[in-house]
Structures are given as C-alpha cells and as structure tokens.
Design a protein around this ligand. Sequence first.
Ligand SMILES: NC(=O)c1ccc[n+]([C@@H]2O[C@H](COP(=O)([O-])OP(=O)(O)OC[C@H]3O[C@@H](n4cnc5c(N)ncnc54)[C@H](OP(=O)(O)O)[C@@H]3O)[C@@H](O)[C@H]2O)c1
Length: 243
Amino acid sequence: MALLEDKTALITGAGRGIGRGIALAFAREGCRVALVARTLDELNETTQLAADLGGEAFPCVCDVAAPSQVDNAVNMVLHRFGHIDILVNNAGYACFKPFTEIAIDEWRHTLDVNLTGPFLVTQAVLPSMIARRSGRIINVSSVAGLKPIAEQSAYCASKFGLNGFSLALALELRAYDIAVHALCPGGVATRLADEAMPERDKADWMTPEDVAQAALYLATLSPRATTDVLHIRRFDSTPLGAS
Ligand SMILES: NC(=O)c1ccc[n+]([C@@H]2O[C@H](COP(=O)([O-])OP(=O)(O)OC[C@H]3O[C@@H](n4cnc5c(N)ncnc54)[C@H](OP(=O)(O)O)[C@@H]3O)[C@@H](O)[C@H]2O)c1
C-alpha cells in the first residue's frame, strides 16, 4: 500500500522548486494534493505531472500573504477534499543583500511571505484539523533559521521566526494530536536560489527531490514520535556548530 493512501495535503509554493518536489513525492504515495501559488501556468504543470503519476491534484491560485485569498483557497480545498491531513507551508521569498541596502518593501515582503503566510494558511486550515483531532503541519524553513548568515538578515529574521512559530505551535497543538515540524534545508538548486545567489555554482547542491524525501519522512512519522526541527544540508557543507 502507498504510504499516503487516502490522505490529503495542501502544499503552498507548489508551482515549482521544493513545493513541486514535495507535491509529486506525496502524489506518488497516493496523497491527493492541493497546490497553492500565484502563477496558474506553473500550478497546471505540477497538476499534470501529478496526474502522470496517477495522482489527483487541485490547483488553487492564491497569494499566501493575502488573508481573503487564503480563506477562499482553503475553503475551496476543504470543499473539494473534505479535509486536510497535511499542511506544508513552503511558499517563500529570498532577497539576499547587505542590510543597509534592504528597502522597507523588501523587508516587509520577506516577512509577509515567509512568516505571515504560514500564519494565515495555518489559521485557515487549523479549525478543521482541531475538529478532527488529527493533522500534521510541515513548515519549510531554512538553515537560515538555525544560524546567522551575512547578507541574509531579512531572510534569517523570517526563518528564525518561522522556527519559533513552529516550536510554539507544536507545544500548543499536541493537546489535539496535531504535529508541527520545521524542515530546514541548506542550499537547494531552484529558481529562488538562482535569483538570490546567481554567482554560486549549484552543481553539488541538493535537489527539490532530496528535500521532498525529508518531507515524506515527516509526513509518514509514527503518531507516537515527532521531530521538531529537521535540518537537511548539502553533503559538502559544514555541520551546524562547526567552525
Ligand atoms: N532553494 C533553497 O536553497 C532553499 C533553502 C532552504 C529553504 N528554502 C525554502 O524553501 C521554500 C521553497 O523555495 P524554492 O527554493 O523551492 O523556491 P522557488 O523555486 O522560487 O519556488 C517558490 C514557490 O513559492 C511560490 N510563492 C512565492 N511567493 C508566494 C506567495 N506570496 N503566495 C503563494 N505562493 C508563493 C512560488 O510561486 P509564485 O511565484 O507563482 O507565487 C513558487 O511556487 C521557501 O520557503 C524557501 O525559503 C529554499
């Protein structure tokens, strides 16, 4: 039997990159997947790729930082699937530059997408999870939520915030048998990485499929066990805490 047979998931940022990788890994395991992002063409591509794997996908155009769009999207998904077993807050934005060059709009946009987005989507999904006393939330954070990185101050602020949000929510929601995980990847070769770090050679960087494997591990954990923070890094990168 497939690992996620009869399960449903809502995955934000599923139009490309890590979110698409997670959506396809889940679909391959029998999960019905709702796909959220702003670009319909990319959502349609992910939908078709999921269908090619025999999976069912439901594309939903939505800006995770816009409260009314989030409410509409989650209502549509609940109407279509009945319930949501797994929420993956993955949509993200990165602008890497020296602190003094960060415009207030870039600072706000980073926090809006990376931190307020998970807040809004989680608030919209959670009542239905609490009613069923069942659910799992995976917040795709970053190694930038675990250690300081120069010229990534806005991104670090958002991802440290997301990790704090995840840990506090894990504590609060254990009473409802709902698990919350922060998944913290290092460098992954995606458009976000290309745009934020165009000068870096990404030949040895992780792929979205590598991160999807870690997300699948979290999604299929025994209900008797949990993982608060899962750090997955490039094999050649430095372990956390090493100098
Ligand atoms: N790549 C890395 O090295 C790396 C490392 C650690 C963590 N991460 C994290 O992994 C997550 C995914 O990043 P990625 O590298 O896969 O990036 P990506 O390839 O650029 O994909 C980002 C996805 O998020 C969506 N998105 C962006 N803003 C959105 C918004 N306001 N509302 C809804 N959807 C939105 C994008 O679609 P639209 O633009 O169409 O909305 C796209 O589908 C992010 O949270 C990122 O911080 C990435």
